[in-house]
Write a protein that binds this ligand. Sequence first.
Ligand code: B1M
Length: 209
Amino acid sequence: MSKIEEIAAAVSAGKSKVIGGLVLEALDAGLDPLEILNVGMIGAMGVVGERFKSGEIFVPEMLIAARAMKAGVEVLKPKLSGAAKVGLGTCIIGTVAGDMHDIGKNLVSMMIESAGFTLIDLGVDVKNEAFLAKLEATPEAKLVALSCLLTTTMPAMRSAVAAMRGAGVKAKIIVGGAPVTQAFAAEIGADGYAPDAASAATAAKGMVA
Ligand code: B1M
């Protein structure tokens, strides 16, 4: 079994205690941190999702796999995030109301922060009122980043963008997450969309330039 396969197996089996060591071994062996993340960890979460969909595993197993992924990302973090050279302004990020998924959002946070933004992370299940209150308290914010992982919370994303537009928020809005598409982003009036964390950082930089 290759090191990447070992990492993927540990993530999908939810082995939080061993994942850090495996990631370190993979880094020591010269493997690319992005390959470890994309193929080893994100790939494994895809498999976990498929197993859940087919009824092979249930929510607790998804949860322990998520914990293992988070433990692995912690070890990988220093290798993925570079030191920001410029201050691009403040970005407020959150997963929309009703949605508890945060692994993708956390990766986006990490990449946006290392691109040079000051990050305010409101966490998961963020209600429109919480976004608006933080925007009011942070009028200098240049960007709002919204994540959603469920088709059932896509309406909450639409509602969040509408609430911000209704309140006259000046900050640009970028959206993303597994069910979100460029077409949906345009339809709900977001300023930007990105399919993954690395392109979210690139898009974010372009949006405030
Ligand atoms: Co959930 N879940 N889950 N889950 N979960 C999915 C999303 C699902 C696809 C699984 C499946 O059925 N195949 C499915 C959604 C189906 C759908 O909507 N069509 C699903 C379901 C149904 C549910 C529940 C409803 C299950 C239940 O209770 N019956 C429930 C909902 C809870 C809620 O939110 N209200 C639920 C719960 C959970 C857990 C809590 C157990 C756990 C989350 C733990 C956590 O996040 N702390 C969990 C997990 C782990 C998953 C899967 C297996 C993995 C998600 C993940 O972290 N992926 C997922 C299946 C899958 O993704 N294939 C699944 C890795 C992560 C890096 O990817 O988040 O997509 P992702 O982020 C990507 C991109 O999307 C993008 O960048 C990242 C990559 O670089 N991105 C952005 C994300 N946000 C962005 C923002 C941007 C730009 C890009 O700009 C701002």
